[in-house]
Ligand binder design. Structure first.
Ligand SMILES: Nc1ncnc2c1ncn2[C@@H]1O[C@H](COP(=O)(O)OP(=O)(O)O)[C@@H](O)[C@H]1O
Ligand SMILES: [Mg+2]
Length: 306
């Protein structure tokens, strides 16, 4: 197949993907989105005869627009623009999860400092303030007191970009010093890991320790639902364990305490997988390419029948 890759920087994740595609003799067209002019009616040269295009843009805004254009040029794109749009925005992400009946941390959105402060006081301390658009744990605030809340809100309101004037306030989940990242294709997990840290942010990008994690039936069910909630595709689903806190210790047999349930805090659409590939025996890039092949094949079947 002829596969386009939308990118701005080739990271280790993209390298893994490219080498797997080339090993299988697929033709790869690298599309550096910084160099493209996306015409509204005519597809650029790079989009000609592609069987599928994979969005690997780092910047969310580029992801959202580049995938819209791919779709407009009638090139099958993963993940699609609607998925990108939902996942790129934490408000849309949360609404989609709730709509699909997936447990997710309770959240308020407010447009002014005073309204946000009221939400914060209602949730109590600590609670969490997140940027609506962002990743890698950046600009996240765990708020421990009213005075901290006032300061952070004032900073955001005065210094922030307009996106930071949408205040996303969330209950703090007393998770056991770790969260779970599942890489899934259309709701089917490829592999999963836990990210552990003494810091409340357990993103791999923040230096959390990563280990493979085996999903139980409940987690599998939630991964499938969370994926469908945002429209499916190649996704990174983030879950926290509920009912087992940081202070719970291993029992006498050395077994870890098991979670009573999970809560899904977000679904990511241009997911990194290098860390996961290192902790699991699963060949992650191979599984991703398997899925891309099946996706491209089903798209071309659909075209024949159309
Ligand atoms: N409500 C919460 N309670 C406790 N910890 C949280 C909560 N939300 C997020 N976290 C921690 O912060 C990390 C980053 O949060 P997340 O919503 O995934 O933002 P990002 O898009 O920056 O990854 C999570 O991996 C988790 O460790
Ligand atoms: Mg995250």
């Amino acid at each position: 197949m002829r596969v386009g890759i939308l990118y701005s920087r080739i990271r280790r994740d993209e390298k893994l993907l490219l080498s797997e595609l080339r090993d299988r003799d697929h033709e790869v067209v690298k599309i550096d989105v910084r160099k493209q002019q996306f015409n509204i009616s005519e597809a650029p040269e790079a989009f000609t005869d592609l069987d599928i295009v994979v969005d690997r843009c780092l910047a969310t805004s580029r992801s959202v627009y580049a995938t819209k254009f791919a779709k407009a040029y009638d090139v099958p794109v993963v993940n699609g623009p609607e998925v990108a749009e939902t996942c790129a925005d934490k408000v849309k992400n949360s609404l989609a999860l709730v709509d699909a009946g997936v447990p997710t941390p309770d959240t308020d959105v407010a447009f002014t400092k005073d309204a946000a402060l009221e939400s914060i006081e209602d949730f109590g301390y600590p609670c969490v303030l997140k940027p609506v658009v962002g990743s890698w744990g950046r600009l996240m605030a765990k708020i421990d007191s009213r005075s901290a809340a006032e300061a952070i809100l004032e900073h955001k309101e005065t210094l922030g970009h307009y996106e930071h004037k949408i205040f996303y306030v969330q209950e703090f989940v007393d998770k056991p010093g770790r969260d779970i990242r599942v890489l899934a294709v259309d709701g089917e997990p490829i592999a999963a890991m836990v990210r552990s840290s003494d810091h409340w942010l357990t993103n791999a990008a923040k230096g959390a320790e990563t280990n493979e994690f085996e999903l139980d039936d409940r987690a599998l069910e939630l991964v499938e639902k969370a994926s469908a909630a945002v429209g499916g595709g190649l996704l990174g689903i983030d879950l926290m364990e509920v009912g087992v806190s940081q202070s719970d210790t291993r029992d006498a047999s050395g077994d870890e305490p098991r979670a009573e349930d999970y809560t899904v805090h977000e679904v990511n659409h241009t997911v990194e997988f290098k860390a996961l590939n290192e902790v699991t025996d699963v060949d992650v890039p191979a599984a991703v390419v398997d899925w891309l092949e099946s996706k491209a094949a089903s798209e071309s079947d659909a075209e024949v029948t159309a």
